[in-house]
Write a protein that binds this ligand. Structure first.
Ligand code: B3K
Ligand code: ZN
Length: 889
């Protein structure tokens, strides 16, 4: 819980540490009542520090201090003081060994930060500042140390004892206990420390690196889950090979361990050679896991593995630099997933996340640059901005440099900074030094928040055969940043003519060599307003803009419906094709809103319907793309477009439009459903995933009609599917229909899967997301279900998170019951798990978007939370910043 005055930490206050810790020897005596931690730290003054007589100030919180000794002499209580999270020893030699004994109680640690227990096993989560809940330490990423870790525990309860690095000794002790000793040769910051003790099954494999190192790969899970590790293991091996092929990065130890735990605040953690994972990001088998689940396992396993270089070998100097490792690693894992599956689908999924969650964050009270200038609680800055926008910034560097120079830049970055804790500036400098490309103006992406807008207009001069694009950029004000310097924006373009893409030549420009046929070009937008004239353009083209979503911006071009239909049908860029479908869908939603307001029936445009019909019939297209193009813009995306957001009107319009589309295309949807049904054995490959996704999109539309034939399809799919993707899609369609069978379906599903917690989470989520009226009562009843446990973050996310974040129409109920429910849960979680509490809060922080009545109700709940005693710094920061007055635009 926070001090009376939560303080803000500023990047501009950064100073090098006054002391360094060369070696860290830890001994853990794990007990049921308490755990004793003994540390021996070789500490010396940092020669680079300006303050030569600074006291030693160690971080530590919720620790019971037993003893402190320097060079063997025990300190008495007058020799140290405690203030807030710091233990201060005023008088220390220039170089010394500090020995410290503390007692902690992992079994009572519900914050899931530091050392805690999950399903009977001990495990750790130290990033960002959890190590200070284990022992007193310089818990900051620029203090890197060589760790030796001794673990003692009961041999029966905890047969497996793990830490980072190599196992150097094991010993059986007299009293039924045993001991292991682990040594990690690579100096690391404390946030990468890990320890695991438990009764675990181990699934083993091997990998031979490019230089012939034999690496033992081990995945530790509960015994019952040993049959669900194959996909994670295959993904790990693919990731190891990919990092060698694409980045020349080789693994550096003889062992790589993954441990799966049930109670985990996020997806996984990249601790050196001992990754700890949420079970939801490791376990997968077709009977229990959806296609999305398989893809998540692949992506997260790769992400954590890639951190071994982008994060561990080269780490962050301070937490303001978080995007240095996270943005780069998300970019790396996105490219990996694209290579393993469908690149266009992966890109569209990532853009969708960015345009909904990240654009919303960047336009709200918590907006921050990918390298924030200040924070109260660093845990609040593991955001879509730092991760996903951070990855887009790295992608833009990749686009501006091209793949070869980008690789030269990453080689230089890793070579130059191996073993160091560095900054985003070091990354950009390495890219500049290796490529010769000037990234001076580009650096604004690191320091300025907000989503830039690009207003593009076009002029065709038939006489001169010139086509001119005029681009105006602007960026709205964000908290603390009222005016912005222009960004350097890579704008990828092509021009579509009657017979295909036109050759591009800029007036006064160098010949275009970017693509083999000269038909695609990346324009460097650097000015507030800038024109680009293409010569030799014999016909008025349709511009294809922001191809591949080449920059994280909002682009505005006044396309006609015909132009959008042309892009949707024939653009060679998958992202632009999909985006055209979404812009057409948006126009239809606008029309539906007007129709409903005027009491008219909703009738989709016939050209739009024809385009959808053609998509459904075209067997040559990627089914996953077709599925994505057939889906209307989500309510979350609409909330980004409309000001203010009338949730209920938008929901009604969108649903009415979906129903009208389903009725108009019923025969085609039916045929598509049948064509995509298959008896083939399940594989989580791109082709099958595409087929299932199209089939289930068709089913969801057909179920809107909700006649017997649709219901029978859903019931039969629910009863007969052998994979979770199809079964859950059918359950979801049934739950959102009026079919009497849905209660049976929910009950049968529960009975069949009650012993699989991850499946039961899906069961919670389907109900939490049900868009029919009354969902809140159902959610409240489920909070009392024996399978629900508010201490487990996965369950909180599945039930409370899904309801508040993904069920707009019910969360925004006009009587404010949804808001009250969320505030109640945040108040409970604030005490047990502040990180989860503050994450859950996000939907309330967006109150300014909504209609005045909703604003008032949401604000009242935020104020109620703020008035709670003992507010954690996590919740305090988010609530207080959300209520603060700031001017945007
Ligand atoms: N680095 C961790 C995130 C830690 C979050 C701490 N609150 C997982 C990841 O991004 O790989
Ligand atoms: Zn990461």
């Amino acid at each position: 819980m926070r001090d009376a005055q939560p303080s803000t930490i500023y990047l501009s206050d950064y100073e090098v540490p006054a002391y360094l810790i060369d070696t860290t020897d830890l001994a853990f005596d794990l007990g049921e009542e308490s755990t004793k931690v003994t540390s021996q730290l070789h500490i010396r003054r940092n020669p680079a520090s300006k303050t030569s007589n600074a006291p030693l100030a160690l971080h530590g919180t919720e620790l019971d201090l037993i003893s402190l000794a320097i060079d063997g002499r025990t300190l008495d209580a007058t020799e140290w003081t405690q203030s807030g999270e710091q233990l201060i020893i005023a008088d220390v030699p220039t170089e010394f060994v500090l020995r410290c004994e503390t007692l902690i109680r992992p079994q009572d640690n519900t914050s899931l930060e530091g050392l805690y227990k999950s399903s009977g096993m001990f495990c750790t989560q130290c990033e960002a500042e959890g190590f200070r809940k284990i022992t007193y330490y310089l818990d900051r990423p620029d203090v890197m140390s060589v760790f030796t870790v001794e673990i003692i525990a009961d041999a029966q309860r905890y047969p497996v004892l793990l830490s980072n690095g190599n196992l150097s000794a094991t010993e059986t002790l007299a009293d039924g206990r045993h001991k292991t000793v682990w040594q990690d040769p690579f100096p690391k910051p404390a946030y990468l420390f890990a320890l695991v003790a438990g009764k675990l099954a181990c699934v083993e494999d091997r990998f031979t690196t490019m230089n012939g190192r034999e690496v033992a790969l081990k995945i530790y899970v509960e015994n019952k889950d040993a049959d669900k590790c194959d996909h994670a293991m295959a993904s790990l091996k693919n990731a190891m090979r990919w990092d060698e092929d694409v980045y020349g990065r080789e693994y550096d130890l003889d062992i790589f361990n993954i441990v799966a735990v049930d109670d985990f605040n996020m997806g996984a953690m990249e601790n050196k050679s001992l990754n700890i994972f949420n079970t939801s990001c490791v376990l997968a088998k077709p009977e229990t896991t959806t296609d999305a689940g398989f893809q998540r396992v692949e992506g997260v396993v790769a992400h954590e593995y890639f951190h071994n270089w982008s994060g561990n070998r080269v780490t962050c100097r301070d937490w303001f630099q978080l995007s240095l490792k996270e943005g780069f690693t998300v970019f790396r894992d996105a490219e990996f997933s694209a290579d393993m599956g469908s690149p266009t689908v992966k890109r569209v999924e990532d853009v969708t996340l960015l345009r909904t969650a990240q654009f919303a964050e960047d336009a709200g009270p918590m907006a921050h640059p990918i390298r924030p200038d200040s924070f109260i609680e660093i845990s609040n800055f593991y955001t879509v901005t730092v991760y996903e926008k951070g990855a887009e910034v790295v992608r833009m560097i990749h686009t501006l440099l091209g793949p070869e120079l980008f690789r030269k830049g990453s080689d230089l970055y890793f070579d130059r900074h191996d073993g160091q804790a560095v900054t985003c500036e070091d990354f950009v400098l390495a890219m500049e030094d290796a490529s010769g490309v000037d990234l001076g103006q580009f650096r604004h992406w690191y320091s300025q928040a907000g989503t830039p807008k690009l207003a593009v207009s076009a002029q065709y001069d038939a006489d001169e055969q010139h086509y001119t694009l005029t681009v105006k950029q602007s960026c709205p004000a964000t908290p603390g940043q009222t005016s912005k310097a222009p960004f350097h924006i890579p704008l990828a373009v092509a021009l579509l003519g009657e017979a295909g893409q036109l050759a591009l030549q800029l007036q006064d420009g160098e010949p275009n060599t970017e693509t083999a046929d000269n038909t695609e070009m990346v324009l460097s937008v650097t000015e507030p307003e800038q024109s680009f004239t293409f010569t030799g353009i014999h016909e008025e083209p349709v511009p294809s803009l922001l191809r591949g979503f080449s920059a994280p911006v909002k682009l505005d071009f006044a396309y006609s419906r015909e132009q959008l239909l042309c892009l949707m049908r024939s653009d060679s860029d998958g992202f632009c094709r999909w985006d055209a479908s979404q812009q057409l869908g948006l126009a239809e939603i606008n029309q539906a809103l007007a129709d409903l307001a005027a009491g008219r029936e909703v009738a989709p445009d016939s050209a739009y319907l024809d385009a959808c019909r053609d998509l459904l019939a075209d067997e040559t297209l990627d089914g996953a793309m077709v599925a994505m193009m057939l889906q209307l813009p989500s309510e979350a995306y609409l909330a980004e477009i409309f000001h203010p957001v009338d949730v209920i009107a938008l929901h009604r319009a969108r649903e009415a439009l979906r129903l009208a589309i389903a009725i108009a295309l019923q025969a085609e949807l039916q045929a598509c459903y049948e064509r995509c049904s298959s008896d083939a054995a399940y594989a989580a490959d791109a082709a099958q995933i595409a087929q299932r996704s199209l089939k289930n999109t068709a089913l969801a539309y057909l179920m809107l009609v909700d006649d017997d034939s649709a219901r029978n399809l859903a019931i039969s799919q629910f009863e007969n599917s052998e994979n979770m993707t199809d079964r859950l899609a059918a359950l979801n369609s049934l739950v959102n229909s009026a079919a009497p069978y849905k209660a049976d379906a929910l009950q049968r599903f529960y009975q069949n899967w009650q012993h699989e917690p991850l499946v039961i989470n899906q069961w919670f989520q389907v109900q939490a997301m049900c868009r029919l009226p009354g969902s809140i009562d159902r959610v409240q009843a489920l909070m009392a279900h024996p399978a629900f446990d508010i201490r487990n973050p996965n369950k909180v996310r599945a039930l409370i998170g899904a309801f508040c974040g993904q069920n707009s129409v019910n969360f925004h109920r006009e009587d404010g019951a949804g808001y009250r429910f969320l505030a109640d849960q945040v108040i409970v979680l604030n005490r047990s798990n502040p990180q989860i509490a503050s994450r859950l809060l996000v939907p309330l922080t967006k109150w300014r978007k909504y209609l005045p009545a909703a604003q008032q109700l949401m604000c009242a709940e935020l104020k109620r939370i703020l008035a709670q005693p003992d507010l954690s710094s996590d919740v305090y920061e988010v609530v207080s910043k959300s209520l603060q007055d700031y001017s945007v635009e």
